[in-house]
Each structure stands twice: as C-alpha cells, then as structure tokens.
Design a protein around this ligand. Structure first.
Ligand code: MG
Length: 217
C-alpha cells in the first residue's frame, strides 16, 4: 500500500481519492461489448488501492480473473470545482502511468445485476502507479500507450483516441467531485485488456511519461 504520489523531482502529494473513467476508448468499448455513453462513466478507488507499479504486484487469489488496464494518470495540482475544459491545464500537477486492475468476473456479474463496481475496481492494490512527471499539457493528448506481457504486446493505443479528452474529463469530474491537490484521475484504457497470472512480466509504457517494468507476485 502507498498513500502518496511521488514526483520525479522529489515533490510528494497526498491524494484524497482516485477518480477513474470507464469506456473512454472506442476499441475497448467494443471488446467489452459495452455502449458509448453521453457523459464519462466514473467510479472511485479508495486510497488503500494505491501501490507502487515498479514493485511486484500482489493480486487477489480465488476471486476470478484479474485484468490489466493501462491508463494515463493525471495528478491534480490545486483544489478545484466546476472547471471549464479550457482552464483544466491550470489545475494539473503532472502525469504518470497507472494500472486500473479489475476483477473482471466480479465486474461482469455486477454489471448483469446492475450492482456497483466497488469490489471489482476498489480492492487493495488495484491502483499501481508509476512516479509522476511535470509535462506541458499540450504534449499529453498524443502519447502511445503500450502494455507488454511476457514479451507480447497486449494493449496498444494513443491518448489521442480518448472519447473525452483530459480537459473535458477534469471539467466533468470537477462538476461532481471537488478535486483536491494530489487527487488522481485515471483516464481510461485502450483495447487489449486481459488476465494476469502469477509470475507474469509486464512493461507498462506511455511514451514521454514513463516505462515501468514490473511483475505479478
Ligand atoms: Mg479502466
């Protein structure tokens, strides 16, 4: 477990929450047999979900499939509410690489029954994060995202494929939840999600942000 966000330059921030976005890449919506929505689909992860992506990942046993979802993570730099999309960049402290680990079998059951995703998305260590990096906002909406598992490229996409871009996400989210300095936003995953097994070796890369080698305990 980890309760802080560590920046490359040494800055440390303490998040109050992780707000995650679902269904933000068309190809992933297709692979999940889901439908596009008018507004971003949001869910929360508790701070107990945070852990270090560079350390071996501890995943739940006997709870069905655990899927990897690589995502660009945005760290909020200033408390904010009701931010217009054009001003969003003023409220960002930096960017990192995240996994939105998902108990897929449990999520599928929950979806069928119309129940919440708290278990499927919020379990301990379900939000591994890299270090964070300050980057110009103008550079982050065209980055290659790749997750390689045991030498095979599983997920591949580009942040320019987001249905709702980062400005739109911060605007929408801040209209619902006051965003606090240090809070993390997960911006959705491209296609290619799949199960993790003990001993898997992963490379989680977003060009221009970070490339993190890790493994599954
Ligand atoms: Mg996700």
């Amino acid at each position: 477990m980890m309760n802080k966000i560590i920046f490359d330059g040494g800055q440390v921030l303490y998040p109050s929450k992780v707000v995650a976005v679902g269904r933000n890449y068309s190809e992933h919506i297709k692979e999940m047999n889901s439908e596009k929505t008018k507004d971003p689909v949001l869910f929360l992860k508790p701070n107990s979900a945070l852990c270090d992506l560079s350390q071996p990942l501890s995943i739940p046993a006997n709870m069905g499939a655990v899927h990897h979802e690589i995502e660009l993570a945005v760290c909020v730099g200033k408390n904010c509410k009701n931010i217009p999309p054009a001003d969003a960049s003023d409220y960002i402290a930096g960017y990192g690489v995240a996994l939105d680990l998902t108990l897929r079998d449990i999520q599928s059951e929950a979806k069928k029954k119309g129940l919440p995703w708290a278990v499927a998305k919020g379990f301990d260590n379900s939000c591994p994060l890299s270090k964070f990096y300050e980057k110009p906002f103008t550079d982050v909406q065209n980055l290659e995202i790749t997750l390689t598992k045991n030498g095979q490229k599983m997920q591949q996409g580009n942040t320019n494929q987001m249905i709702f871009n980062i400005g739109e996400l911060i605007s929408y989210i801040s209209g619902i939840f006051t965003l606090e300095r240090g809070d993390i936003i997960l911006t959705g995953t491209p296609a290619g999600v799949g199960p993790l097994e003990r001993g898997d070796k992963l490379i989680c890369e977003i060009t221009g942000i970070d490339s993190v080698k890790t493994s599954v305990l």
